[in-house]
Design a protein around this ligand. Structure first.
Ligand code: BGP
Length: 484
């Protein structure tokens, strides 16, 4: 639909930004926190991803919240570190961990910022892996349920928006990259067992939230990448649908309908995969009725028909921030991905495609009719301070303006969207490119070399510098999306 005027945002629309514990907090050995698997995984990533210090939010959260308040935020989406809250297999709650998150939540509320809290964002405690068997073990479901209960009990009086697991689909599709596959010997098969266990954890979180949190609402956080067919060849359209199913729809259908779709059951049958799914599991999944869908959307992908006898090609992510290094995957018989000549690309070869945002919201709304909040969207870039000591991130302003405009258009189209929280507030660690791949509205004055080579954080500046995008975003959100 074409509209004559700029789109309008609803009255109580929540504007904020987003982060995750292991990417922003640092303080990994402080306050009683024990190691998480991602700590180990991240130190192995090259060039950098070491999360020992990250953005040092653990020590500077008050300063960060003050900057959010000054910017005009009405929401902030962050995650809880499991091993900070429950550091050992005895299940005892760490009072220091609770104190840290209480401090953060109280600070947000004091500043009229609504906390939106992710229970799990990639940081499985080492004790869960070593003593329970990690995501491959059903014992993890009970441990996760215990975590949920502790969170709802301690924070549920003030936190009303909860997110279960971050990007479960990406944790399964890119298990080697995100560390989900550690310990697996037959990943292509085992990932479906892990996925099922994650579904049960998600279901427990939903059910417990509704039981324990008065007025509490909870949803999943799929990573959503719309897939376009490369041409109007019908084979390309089916390939796009296959890619859509195998990278996201399988997950979204399960969350919304509480059951596995015929498509995924057929996929398992043809690939001789037999996940351990029990009748009581299906009952549990059915009971878990989500309140909204939380959407992480950055980009789009383009697919074409893949012949069954073609050679398999794994996704080769661009890890260095120099254009043109992405290796597109080929899944024989299902789909192959390729470059899209109609869009621009970031230095990490991610499509810059604002209309993908409108498409995603329309698609999810048309399929599921649930309110949506955007919990990630953003522009990862190589950035440095200018000679004047400021960061003039014009490209990020353009990116955000175009994306937010499309959110507005989707709302005009009839989609129910309640919040926009781009990734990220401050610069923080990317999943595998350290702080070099910067996403923040606020610059953190440090580099990967400094983070890795210093003895401790006291040697570093870590100064927060508001980027041009911070000022631009502030004006936009203070006018509730009128001042572009
Ligand atoms: C999402 C993750 C985030 C974040 C973001 C950017 O998929 O939920 O944790 O990292 O992607 O990705 P990257 O850090 O790889 O640039």
């Amino acid at each position: 639909m074409y509209y004559k005027e700029d789109p309008k945002f609803p009255e109580n629309f929540m504007w904020g930004a987003s982060s995750a514990a292991w990417q922003v907090e640092g303080g990994v050995a402080e306050g009683g926190r024990t190691p998480a698997m991602i700590d180990i995984n991240s130190t192995k990533k090259k060039p950098y991803a070491d999360n020992s210090i990250a953005a040092d939010h653990f020590h500077r959260y008050k300063e960060d919240v003050a900057l959010m308040a000054e910017c005009g935020f009405s929401s902030y989406r962050f995650s809880l570190s499991w091993s900070r809250i429950i550091p050992h297999s005895d299940g005892k709650v760490n009072p220091e961990g609770i104190k840290f998150y209480n401090g953060l939540i109280d600070e947000l509320i004091k500043n009229n910022i609504t906390p939106i809290v992710t229970i799990y964002h990639y940081d499985l405690p080492v004790w869960v892996y070593e003593e329970l068997g990690g995501w491959r073990s059903r014992k993890t479901i009970d441990a996760f349920e215990h975590l949920c209960k502790v969170c709802f009990e301690n924070f549920g009086d003030r936190v009303k928006y909860w997110l279960s697991l971050n990007e479960q689909n990406m944790q399964i599709c890119y298990g080697h990259w995100l560390g989900t596959s550690v310990g697996c010997t037959d990943w292509e098969r085992e990932k479906w067992d892990i996925n099922h266990i994650m579904n049960l954890c998600h279901a427990k979180a939903v059910i417990r939230c509704h039981e324990m949190v008065e007025g509490g609402k909870i949803g999943p956080v799929p990573g959503y990448v719309p897939i376009y067919p490369k041409t109007c060849n019908p084979g390309d359209q089916i390939a796009a649908m296959n890619a859509e199913e195998l990278t996201q729809k399988i997950w979204n259908d399960t969350y919304v309908y509480g059951e596995y779709s015929n498509f995924v059951k057929k996929y398992w049958e043809t690939h001789d995969i037999h996940p351990d799914i029990r009748p009581e599991d299906l009952e549990l999944m059915k009971k878990a009725k989500i309140d909204f869908i939380s959407v992480n959307c950055y980009r789009s992908n383009t697919a074409y028909e893949s012949k069954i006898d073609s050679e398999r090609q794994e996704y080769g992510l661009n890890k260095f921030g120099i254009k043109g290094q992405m290796q597109w995957p080929n899944v024989p018989g299902e789909y192959a991905l390729c470059t899209n000549p109609y869009v621009e690309y970031t230095d990490w070869d991610w499509e810059i495609d604002p209309q993908a945002m409108r498409y995603s919201l329309r698609y999810l709304w048309n399929h599921y009719r649930l309110p949506m909040m955007i919990t990630e969207n953003g522009f990862g870039a190589n950035e440095t301070k200018d000679a004047d000591g400021q960061v003039h991130d014009t490209a990020r302003i353009e990116f955000l303006r175009d994306q937010i405009y499309q959110v507005g258009l989707a709302i005009e189209d009839g989609c129910e969207v309640i919040a926009y929280n781009p990734w990220s507030f401050t610069d923080l660690l990317s999943t595998g490119n350290g702080i070099k791949k910067r996403y923040g509205l606020v610059y953190i004055d440090t580099t990967d070399d400094e983070l890795v080579n210093c003895k401790d954080v006291s040697e570093l500046s870590m100064k927060r510098i508001k980027k041009d995008s911070y000022y631009w975003y502030s004006k936009l959100i203070k006018s509730n999306g009128k001042d572009w």
